[in-house]
Ligand binder design. Structure first.
Ligand code: DON
Length: 565
C-alpha cells in the first residue's frame, strides 16, 4: 500500500495540469482573466467586480482592503497597517509598499514596563498606548495613486455601501464577537459598534450596519486620504487619545507617510521569490529558510515525512534565532540583509544541521519563551490578465486589535506596539524574542512577520501568497511555496494540507492535526518535542500558469473565498 502511494506521488503530472485532473482531493477555483482570493466572500465579490469592469489588480486590491475593513473588523482595518507587494510583469518591477504603523513621537523604550522594569503585556495590548500611528489609509491610497486606475472614491464606494446598508452576518463574525469576551466592555464606542442598542449580541443572518464607519469612509472618499491624517477623523483619533492618556497626537498623524521599499529577493530551485523586506522579518527569513532547504531534495524526501519536517524545523529554528538578534526597522538600525539572505550563509547553517538529531534551541541561543496566543490578521492575493499581481497582508495585530473603537469614527485601533520588544529578551504575545534592534524608539516601525510574497518563474507572475498568523506567518507562507514547488501540489491542496511550525523558542515543533502519530514518534526519536495545536494561518493564494489562474481559499477561515473570472 505505502509503496503504491509513493509511486503515484512521484509520477504525478506537473502542477499546471493538476487543477483540471480528476483524482485531486482539493480543487482550486479556476479563471482565465484574473483571480481574487480573500478571507471574506463579500470582499472577494467586490474585488472581482472591479476586475470584471476593467479595473486592474491594484484597483481590486484597494477595493478589497477597504471592504474587509467593513466586513471583517477583527482584522480588516483602517486603524492598522500592513504591506503590499505589487508585481508588474510588463515593467518587470516588484515593489513593496510599507504602510506599517509607527510609534508616536513621544514613545519611549520602557513605556510598557512597570516600576521594577518588568514588561507588562496588558499595557502594550489593551491601552491607547498600544496603538501605533495607523498606515492603512495612506498605504492603500498610495498603491492606488501609483498603480491603480480608479479614484479613491471609486475604490471606497463598495465599502461605504456595505457599511451603510449593512450585510447579513456570517457565523464567523458572531463567533468572533463571542470569543472576544470582555474585551470591549471598558469602551462605550466599542460596545456600541459590536452589540445592539439594548446590549444584546447580533445573531447569524442579521443585517449589520456601521453608520459611524460609513461616515468616516465617506469623508475619506470626499476629501482624500489626508483626511484621515489631518481632517475630522484625525481629530476624533486625537480626542480619543487625549481622553484616555494616549501618547499619539495630531502631529503624529499628520506626519505619517507610507514608504516604498525594495522587497527581499531570493531564488529557490530556479524560481524568483519576492517577499516583504524590513520592517518585516518575513521576506528575509523565508529566503533564509528556503536557501537552507534548497540543499536537499525535499520532493524526494516526501511531504510532511519525518525527515522533511526535521529539516524544516532545524532551518526554521536558525532563522527565528537570527530574527531575534538582527531584525528591526532599517530606517533606524543596520540589518545584515545581504548576509542573512545569501546562499553562502545558508550553506554554513546547513552544515550545522544533523540528518537525524534535533539541535536543542538552547544550543542555538538561550532565552525564555512564553506560550502562543490566538490572533488575527488578513491576507489577500489578486491577479489580473495584464500581468499585474498584488499580495497584501494587513492587520490591527490581535483579533480586534486593542479592542478600542475611536469614538465617533467607528473603527478599531490597532495594538501593534506589542510587536516591539517591550524589554530585550522578553517574548511578545507571539512568544517572539526581540532585542536592541526592535526596541521602542520615537517614530520607529515595529518589527513584523507579515510575508506577502510573489514568486516569479521565467519573469512571469507564478505564485501569489501570504498569511496571517503572527509568528506562524513566515512558516505558513513557506509551506505554500514548498507544497507547490517541491511537492507538486495544485494551489488549493498547497493551501489546505496540514502545516508545521518551529520558531526557535519555544523549542517545539507545533503541528496541525493531520501529521501522523508515527511521524511524530520518529521526530521525537530525533530529539524533537512535538505539540499538536489549533490550525495555523489563512493563506489566500493564487497560482498562474499558461494563462490559467487558479485560486486557493484557505479552509481554515469559514468565510474564505477565491473567485476567478
Ligand atoms: O506584524 C506582525 O507580525 C503581527 N502584528 C501580525 C499579527 C497577526 O498575524 C495576527 N494574526 N493572525
Amino acid at each position: 500500500m505505502i509503496g503504491t502511494a509513493l509511486t503515484l506521488a512521484s509520477t504525478t503530472a506537473p502542477a499546471q495540469n493538476q487543477a483540471i485532473l480528476e483524482g485531486e482531493r482539493f480543487n482550486p477555483e479556476v479563471g482565465t482573466q484574473g483571480m481574487v482570493a480573500t478571507s471574506h466572500f463579500l470582499a472577494s465579490q467586490v474585488a472581482r467586480d472591479v476586475l470584471a469592469e476593467g479595473g486592474n489588480a491594484v484597483d481590486a486590491a484597494v477595493t478589497a482592503g477597504f471592504a474587509l475593513a467593513v466586513t471583517q473588523p477583527r482584522s480588516g482595518n483602517i486603524g492598522g497597517g500592513g504591506f503590499m507587494l505589487i508585481s508588474d510583469e510588463q515593467s518587470d518591477e516588484v515593489v513593496a509598499i510599507d504602510y506599517r504603523e509607527k510609534a508616536p513621537a513621544a514613545a519611549y523604550e520602557t513605556m510598557f514596563q512597570d516600576e521594577s522594569g518588568e514588561a507588562v503585556s496588558e499595557l502594550s495590548r489593551y491601552t491607547h498606548n498600544a496603538t501605533g500611528v495607523p498606515g492603512t489609509v495612506a498605504g492603500l491610497a498610495k498603491a492606488l495613486e501609483d498603480y491603480g486606475t480608479l479614484s479613491l472614491a471609486e475604490a471606497l464606494a463598495p465599502a461605504i455601501k456595505l457599511a451603510e446598508e449593512g450585510f447579513p452576518l456570517p457565523q464567523r463574525f458572531v463567533d468572533g464577537i463571542a470569543d472576544a469576551g470582555e474585551m470591549f466592555a471598558p469602551w462605550e464606542a466599542s460596545r456600541a459598534k459590536f452589540y445592539k442598542a439594548d446590549g444584546s449580541s447580533y445573531a447569524v443572518g442579521e443585517i449589520y450596519r456601521q453608520p459611524d464607519l460609513a461616515a468616516t469612509l465617506k469623508r475619506i472618499a470626499d476629501q482624500g486620504a489626508r483626511e484621515f491624517y489631518e481632517g475630522e477623523t484625525a481629530e476624533l483619533i486625537a480626542a480619543e487619545m487625549d481622553k484616555h492618556g494616549g501618547l499619539m497626537t495630531l502631529e503624529d498623524l499628520a506626519n505619517y507617510q507610507p514608504s516604498v521599499r525594495e522587497p527581499s529577493h531570493g531564488t529557490y530551485r530556479g524560481y524568483d521569490v519576492y517577499a516583504m523586506s524590513p520592517p518585516s522579518s518575513g521576506g528575509v527569513h523565508i529566503v533564509e529558510i528556503l536557501n537552507i532547504l534548497e540543499g536537499d531534495d525535499i520532493g524526494a524526501m516526501g511531504f510532511n515525512s519525518a525527515s522533511t519536517i526535521h529539516l524544516m524545523a532545524e532551518a526554521m529554528k536558525r532563522a527565528y534565532a537570527d530574527r531575534s538578534e538582527y531584525l528591526g526597522d532599517t530606517d533606524f538600525i543596520e540589518v545584515p540583509l545581504a548576509g542573512l539572505t545569501s546562499k553562502a550563509y545558508a550553506d554554513e547553517l546547513r552544515a550545522g544541521i544533523s540528518d537525524d538529531t534535533a539541535t536543542p534551541s538552547a544550543e542555538i541561543a538561550p532565552a525564555n519563551p512564553l506560550p502562543y496566543e490566538s490572533n488575527e490578521t488578513t491576507h489577500f492575493s489578486i491577479a489580473d490578465a495584464n500581468g499585474l499581481a498584488v499580495s497584501n497582508t494587513y492587520t490591527i495585530n490581535f483579533s480586534y486589535g486593542s479592542g478600542i473603537v475611536v469614538d465617533g469614527a467607528g473603527f478599531l485601533l490597532n495594538n501593534e506596539m506589542d510587536d516591539f520588544s517591550a524589554k530585550p529578551g522578553v517574548p511578545n504575545a507571539y512568544g517572539l524574542i526581540g532585542g536592541e534592534a526592535n526596541k521602542i524608539e520615537p517614530n520607529k516601525r515595529m518589527l513584523s512577520s507579515m510575508t506577502p510574497t510573489i514568486v516569479k518563474k521565467d519573469g512571469r507572475n507564478f505564485l501569489i501568497t501570504g498569511s496571517p498568523g503572527g509568528s506562524r506567518i513566515i512558516t505558513t507562507t513557506l509551506q505554500v511555496l514548498m507544497n507547490v514547488i517541491d511537492h507538486n501540489m495544485n494551489i488549493q491542496a498547497a493551501v489546505s494540507v496540514p502545516r508545521i511550525h518551529h520558531q526557535w523558542l519555544p523549542d517545539e515543533i507545533r503541528v496541525e492535526q493531520g501529521i501522523s502519530p508515527d511521524t511524530v514518534d520518529l521526530l521525537e526519536a530525533m530529539g524533537h518535542t512535538v505539540s499538536q495545536q489549533e490550525a495555523m494561518g489563512a493563506a489566500q493564494s493564487i497560482m498562474i500558469e499558461d494563462g490559467v489562474f487558479t485560486g486557493g481559499a484557505d479552509p481554515r477561515r469559514s468565510t474564505s473565498s477565491a473567485m476567478g473570472l
